[in-house]
Design a protein. Structure first.
Length: 491
């Protein structure tokens, strides 16, 4: 028993200290042992105290100790951030800038390499069939035909063979680039072809196909050194006159003034084509000259809207498989409200076709005249019916020419309806006739080439898939060329 009180008394200092420890442990969710170690209290010290301990003073000391500990931790964190974290952030920012710079360099290198490769390919094609220079000028050079490309972008020599029957340019002509013969034209059953061939340099030109039932007129658009364009004008039910223009910028250096002239129109319009333009407005590549020009024009114009969605993959680099958005479509706001754009299937070119859907409908479409479906087995009966009808109506006794004409005309129509059938007017697009040399092998290799391209685009860094696509493409090209050369053997 301690002096002055019994052991079971609540005035016992040990009892008071133990109660304080239990409360401290409960408030801080720790054990009594941990609470005792934090407050530096022991049973011996507690029992030896004659008076009640001052717990308030110890609580203040604990708080001050915790404050000092927190301040020390804050100082250590500041020092750590200054000495370690900040240098790491600086290094990461530098690495990010270097990566962006390297990406820009790679993009510029690819563009320059692609342009030089195309120029080299064009040079090889233009000199492919040229005979060697003779040492003496007295000999006569043999005439050799060169094949001309139709499309604006250069293609492999195998694609040029299909124009061989239509195009020829002797080597002994003045030194000019091989051009597409302006007399050459492509015909389709259900479409009119509006084309403009290049007359001043290498390449094919541009063309627009429009259905036979749509009235139209060609727009007088002159080519410039940096941009080529061809257009038509049609009448629609809702918006009136709408201009449709196909443009191509081969070098990607078209200035802002020419873009303004192209879209500054008095009517609604749709302008689309291969501009070879890069800008952050529609892609992630570094802006080039025409990309900046188009962006500036769109920002300043209130009548032009870009309807090409961001990162629409319209071009696939044939060497690296990297995709980019260089084919754009610009229209007036009323057309852009309900227009939608999708990318079509692979058709053998590095540019993918672009499909634009709008609610425009032509005004006063041309309805084709109905045609009679004649049957040779019914001619005898038809003649007899016509003669009987005219005799019954006393055709010979008619006095005026108008009465004779009306009777004869109506008799022909009524009798024809009895013995023959007539087609109904329709706007249905009839498919083009299949080429006689096109075989099932051609279809199979085209499908395999498309599947190989899709697989490579899903994993553009796979060299095996790239090689597989190129092999399929080469086999497809060889199969089609052989089918053209020997149509009888493939039938």
């Amino acid at each position: 028993m301690a002096p002055g009180h019994t052991s079971e008394s609540k005035l016992c200092p040990a009892y008071i200290e133990l109660t304080s420890l239990i409360k401290y442990a409960t408030d801080n969710n720790i054990t009594i042992k941990e609470a005792r170690s934090r407050t530096c209290k022991t049973p011996i010290a507690i029992a030896s105290r004659p008076n009640q301990p001052i717990t308030i003073q110890r609580d203040h000391e604990t708080i001050d100790h915790l404050k000092n500990t927190v301040l020390q931790l804050q100082e250590e964190l500041k020092s750590l951030k200054k000495d370690i974290i900040r240098p790491i952030e600086i290094k990461l920012n530098k690495v990010s800038k270097d990566a962006a710079s390297n990406k820009n360099r790679i993009d510029k290198f690819e563009e320059a390499f692609s342009d030089r490769f195309e120029k080299l390919e064009n040079l090889i094609i233009s000199r492919l069939f040229r005979p060697q220079q003779q040492p003496t000028m007295s000999r006569t050079l043999k005439k050799t035909s060169l094949v001309q490309p139709q499309q604006a972008s250069s293609g492999p020599p195998n694609k040029l063979r299909k124009f061989k029957p239509e195009v020829a340019m002797p080597i002994n002509h003045p030194p000019v680039r091989n051009l597409l013969n302006n007399n050459f034209s492509v015909k389709f059953r259900s479409f009119n072809v509006i084309n403009k061939n290049r007359l001043d340099r290498h390449g094919g030109g541009g063309a627009i196909l429009i259905h036979n039932s749509i009235p139209h007129r060609q727009l007088p658009i002159a080519n410039t050194p940096t941009i080529e364009a061809i257009g038509i004008s049609i009448h629609t039910k809702d918006l009136g006159v709408v201009d449709i223009i196909s443009a191509y910028c081969p070098q990607g250096n078209c200035p802002t003034e020419e873009i303004n002239k192209l879209i500054d129109r008095n009517s609604h319009f749709i302008v689309g084509g291969g501009f070879n333009a890069h800008h952050g407005m529609w892609s992630h590549l570094t802006p080039n000259i025409i990309g900046k020009a188009i962006h500036s024009t769109l920002m300043m114009s209130s009548t032009a809207t870009l309807i090409t969605p961001h990162s629409l993959e319209t071009y696939v680099h044939p060497s690296t498989g990297r995709t980019s958005t260089i084919d754009l479509t610009i229209s007036s706001p009323n057309i852009a409200c309900d227009a939608s754009i999708t990318v079509g299937p692979y058709l053998g070119s590095d540019h993918l076709p672009i499909i634009i859907n709008t609610s425009l409908s032509p005004k006063d479409p041309i309805i084709p005249a109905p045609k009679w479906i004649l049957n040779d087995d019914h001619w005898y009966e038809w003649n007899a019916a016509v003669a009987s009808k005219l005799n019954n109506e006393k055709f010979i006794e008619l006095e005026t020419p108008q009465e004779s004409y009306d009777l004869f005309y109506n008799t022909i129509l009524e009798t024809s309806h009895k013995f023959f059938r007539r087609t109904k007017p329709t706007h249905q697009i009839n498919p083009e006739k299949c080429k006689p040399w096109w075989t099932e092998n051609c279809n199979d290799y085209v499908k395999e080439t498309r599947r190989a391209l899709v697989e490579w685009r899903s994993d553009p860094f796979s060299k095996e898939k790239m090689i597989a696509w190129r092999e399929k493409k080469a086999v497809k090209r060889k199969t089609i060329i052989n089918a053209k050369k020997t149509p009888g053997k493939n039938s």
